[in-house]
Design a protein around this ligand. Structure first.
Ligand SMILES: [Fe+2]
Length: 492
């Protein structure tokens, strides 16, 4: 029997409701709320499989933490795609890396059909008073945060319209608004930057940035006064997108174009800096801040876009899977000059980066958490949780502290501060930045099951684990919502 990372690709076959998990160790008494996570739960379409990890059918997972106990709920999102797959054993809509393979008349009908998927598996977003499963098409889906039952499509009728949004948005508690980005594909393609002030539902467009051949965007950077888009040279054209093939296969890596950086003023919506630097590929921004006339953008940077293909299921589902790694990199961009200086912050693989988001997003900060591999190992599937200290000593950053065990594969570690930033009212600067816990869903391949890990973020020592009886498929992103408080974001 296999006992390696591939257990994280095994489909979830049962939907559980409030299943009580065995807790080993002691969950801090202050940790009271729900961790909601999103990701693929099954890859099967009839007797075949989708091509790519990103194309699995969305499954929401909920870990309710209360008085030291943990209850687990999971529900597949009842999207049109999900229902079609279950009824007809075929995809209905185009996924990131898999096409529905239209034939005959279906091929003609395609032009009259909205083909973007509603299989929203990437993230969860609280917006306009609703809990939404989010993806990179306009077709987000509302769900019930208690039961995880699907409430129905949430399709926006506003200024952003049917542009393709990023599934990652930012929430800025200082300005009390959500900020997002979308790509409008067309003869004159453009990026749209939008904002949703608290209490509103409509997305107001703040800026239009024309782009001849749009680059693939997955996340972006926010500071108190600016929004920055890093546009990698993974580019497409509207014509390419019309062809009969999966979304991502319309993109081509064109390193000669370099990395474009657009900086937009959040007040005026004007493009204030348009810079270019060496090519790299970025899924995830870590954080950004302003200092002395420059923006500091911290990202998990891949050398190229080969990581996208690396997560095709035929590669991922092999015993010697070894995807390329991303290094933690800081890009310092002169706001007036557009001059870019790049610097490595950590010399090994770090992905699914998180920070003390509530207090330090858009601000200077010290700690990055993430999943990674052995330091300086350029490749490999993440098998540990890292904490990188960005405080410089003698011109060097601290090597990271890690949590790992043999044959474990952890997911995104979300930081939950002990002190609630909302209950504080103020920023609580006298509280240490790492005073809290990390929550990560970990596959224990030897035991053939997954557990929710609670780590002390200050020491990286285990506080507790809540053990499920089987492997839970690898997920992408999630948020922690404190009981009794307005839901807010734990990461971008
Ligand atoms: Fe992401």
């Amino acid at each position: 029997m296999s006992s390696d990372h591939r257990l994280g690709l095994r489909p979830a076959t049962t939907e559980h409701t409030d299943k009580s998990l065995q807790v080993d160790g002691e969950i801090p008494s202050w940790l009271d709320g729900t961790l909601v996570r999103n990701g693929p739960g099954s890859f099967a379409v009839g007797d075949r499989r989708v091509n790519h990890w990103f194309d699995g059918l969305a499954m929401l997972r909920r870990f309710a933490i209360d008085d030291g106990e943990v209850r687990y709920t999971n529900r597949f999102l009842r999207s049109r795609q999900f229902r079609h797959v279950r009824e007809h054993s075929r995809l209905r809509l185009r996924e990131f890396g898999t096409d529905p393979q239209w034939r005959g008349l279906g091929r003609l009908r395609r032009f009259g059909t909205r083909v973007a998927t509603d299989n929203a598996s990437v993230d969860v977003v609280y917006l306009g008073g609703r809990h939404l499963a989010a993806t990179e098409t306009p077709r987000w889906t509302a769900y019930d945060p208690e039961t995880l039952r699907t409430r129905g499509p949430r399709e926006f009728d506003d200024e952003v319209g049917r542009a393709g949004p990023l599934a990652h948005v930012h929430y800025d508690p200082f300005r009390e608004e959500t900020v997002g980005v979308a790509t409008r594909f067309g003869l004159r393609s453009e990026y749209l930057v939008y904002r949703v002030p608290d209490g509103n539902e409509r997305r107001e467009v703040l800026a239009h940035i024309p782009i001849h051949q749009p680059g693939y965007l997955h996340s972006f950077a926010l500071t108190p006064n600016y929004i920055a888009l890093l546009v990698p040279p993974l580019r497409t054209t509207p014509l390419a997108l019309l062809r009969d093939r999966p979304f991502v296969e319309s993109y081509r890596w064109q390193p000669e174009r370099g990395m474009r950086i657009f900086v937009v003023d959040r007040e005026s919506g004007e493009l204030v800096t348009n810079a270019r630097t060496a090519p790299c590929f970025v899924f995830h921004h870590v954080n950004a801040f302003e200092r002395e006339g420059a923006l500091h953008l911290d990202v998990a940077a891949f050398e190229d876009a080969s990581v996208v293909d690396a997560f095709r299921l035929d590669a991922f589902d092999s015993s010697d899977f070894s995807p390329p790694g991303a290094e933690l990199r800081r890009l310092q961009i002169g706001l007036a000059s557009g001059h870019v200086v790049a610097r490595t912050l950590h010399p090994g693989h770090v992905e699914f980066p998180t920070i003390h988001y509530a207090r330090h997003n858009t601000r200077p900060y010290r700690y990055v958490y993430g999943v990674g591999t052995e330091e300086r190992s350029p490749q490999g599937f993440s098998d540990r949780i890292l904490k990188v200290d960005l405080k410089e000593r003698s011109g060097q950053f601290q090597t990271s502290e890690t949590w790992t065990e043999p044959n474990v594969y952890p997911g995104e570690p979300l930081f939950v501060p002990r002190e609630s930033p909302q209950a504080d009212g103020e920023r609580g600067d006298d509280v240490a930045e790492d005073d809290g816990v990390l929550l990560s869903v970990v596959l224990d391949a030897d035991a053939e099951r997954s557990f929710l890990l609670v780590l002390d973020a200050a020491t990286m020592a285990e506080r507790a684990r809540a053990v499920f009886s089987k492997p839970i498929p690898f997920d992408f992103h999630g948020q922690f919502y404190r009981t009794g408080e307005r839901p807010t974001r734990s990461m971008a």
